[in-house]
Design a binder for this molecule. Structure first.
Ligand code: RI2
Length: 314
C-alpha cells in the first residue's frame, strides 16, 4: 500500500486504505472524526479549502462503501452556507453528531433485527459486519439463536474476527469456508449480512460472496436480510452496476511470498459483489426493516438531492 504522508488526515486515509480501519460504518466514523479534528485544529487558516482537500483525500481511499462519502457530506453539510468560525463550529458539532448517530444506529439495528430471528435459529452471516452482529447478538440474548454459522471470508478472512467475537461472547459459532455455503444452507434458518452500499433500487453491495449466499438462500427458501444504517444508502447510484467495485490486486489472493512465481497467471480480486434487491427479504435499518424498493426515498430524507448537488466537487 502506498504511504500517504504523515499529517493526521494522511494517517487516517492510510489506515482506511490499508484496512487497519475497516468496515463500512467504521470508515465513515473515522472520516467524520478526522474532519472534525481538522476543523478543531484550524483556528485561523483557510478552513473551506483545507476541508475540501481532506475530504478528497479521505474519499480516494476506498471506492465502494458509500458510507464514506455520505459521512463526509453529512459532516461538511454546513459548507453549503457557512464559512469561517461558524463553519468550524458546525463541522465539529456535526462530526460528533454523526459518530453518535452512527453508533446508536448499530444498537437500534440490533433491536430491530432481533425481532426477525425465529426461535431456536441457526443464523448464517458473512464477513464481519457490526450491524449484522448487533442483530444476531441481540437475538442471542433473547434466547432465539441456537448457533451462528459464519464464513471465513477470503481473501481477508474477516470471518475470523466475527467467529472470535461471537465465541468470546458465549455464542455457539461454526466457521466454514466460503465455498461450503450452499452445502450447509439446508441447516440455516435465516441469513443476516451487513452492507457497504445499498442503491436507490435496493441492490446490495457487500463483501464478495454475498450474492452467492443470497442465491443459495433463495433456492432453499431461507430468508435473507441485510443490516444497513440509512447512511449506507446511495443518493446517486440507481442499481448495483453504478457502484465501482474495489479490486485489491493479486497479493491478497496468491500466497504473498510466491506471487512473483505465478508467471502467466492473471489475478482478479474484486472484494465486493452485487446482490439484486429481488433476493433481499428486508433491509434492517435503525428505524426498522424496509423493503429494498424504499431505499431511494430513505436516503433522500437523510441527504436531500440539493445537498448532494452541493458536493459535486467531491
Ligand atoms: P459494518 C465490510 O467491508 C463488510 O463488507 C461488511 O459487511 C461491511 O463492511 C459493513 O460493516 P470491509 O471494510 O459497517 O471489510 O456493518 O471490506 O461493520
Amino acid at each position: 500500500m502506498d504511504e500517504r504522508g504523515s499529517g493526521p488526515i494522511e494517517r487516517i486515509a492510510d489506515d482506511i486504505l490499508s484496512m487497519r480501519v475497516r468496515g463500512a460504518g467504521r470508515i465513515g466514523r473515522a472520516a467524520s472524526r478526522a474532519l472534525g479534528e481538522l476543523a478543531y485544529g484550524n483556528v485561523s487558516g483557510d478552513l473551506s479549502s483545507d476541508l475540501r482537500e481532506a475530504a478528497s483525500a479521505l474519499l480516494s481511499t476506498r471506492p465502494t462503501a458509500v458510507s464514506l462519502r455520505n459521512a463526509i457530506i453529512l459532516t461538511l453539510s454546513g459548507m453549503a452556507s457557512l464559512d469561517g468560525p461558524e463553519l468550524r463550529e458546525d463541522v465539529i458539532r456535526r462530526s460528533g453528531d454523526f459518530i453518535t448517530r452512527s453508533r446508536d444506529s448499530v444498537e437500534s439495528i440490533g433491536r430491530e433485527g432481533a425481532v426477525l430471528i425465529p426461535d431456536n435459529a441457526t443464523v448464517l452471516t458473512h464477513c464481519n459486519s457490526s450491524a449484522a452482529l448487533s442483530a444476531i447478538y441481540e437475538g442471542y440474548k433473547l434466547g432465539k439463536v441456537r448457533r451462528v454459522i459464519n464464513t471465513e471470508t477470503r481473501p481477508w478472512r474477516q470471518g475470523h474476527i466475527t467467529s472470535r467475537w461471537l465465541a468470546g461472547n458465549g455464542v455457539p459459532v461454526t466457521m466454514i469456508v466460503d465455498s461450503a455455503v450452499n452445502h450447509i444452507m439446508k441447516d440455516v434458518d435465516i441469513v443476516m449480512v451487513g452492507a457497504d452500499t445499498v442503491t436507490r433500487c435496493g441492490d446490495l453491495i457487500n463483501k464478495i460472496g454475498t450474492s452467492q449466499i443470497a442465491l443459495s438462500a433463495g433456492e432453499n427458501s431461507v430468508p435473507f436480510h441485510t443490516c444497513a444504517e440509512t447512511y449506507k444508502f446511495s443518493p446517486t447510484a440507481f442499481a448495483g452496476a453504478d457502484v465501482p467495485i474495489e479490486d485489491r490486486g493479486p497479493k491478497e489472493v496468491a500466497d504473498p511470498l510466491r506471487v512473483e512465481d505465478m508467471e502467466g497467471v492473471r489475478f482478479e480480486n474484486p472484494i465486493f459483489d452485487v446482490t439484486p434487491g429481488r433476493f433481499i427479504d428486508s433491509i434492517v435499518t435503525e428505524r426498522g426493516p424496509i423493503s429494498p424498493e424504499e431505499a431511494g426515498m430513505r436516503i433522500d430524507d437523510m441527504i436531500p438531492p440539493e445537498l448532494v448537488g452541493h458536493f459535486s466537487w467531491l
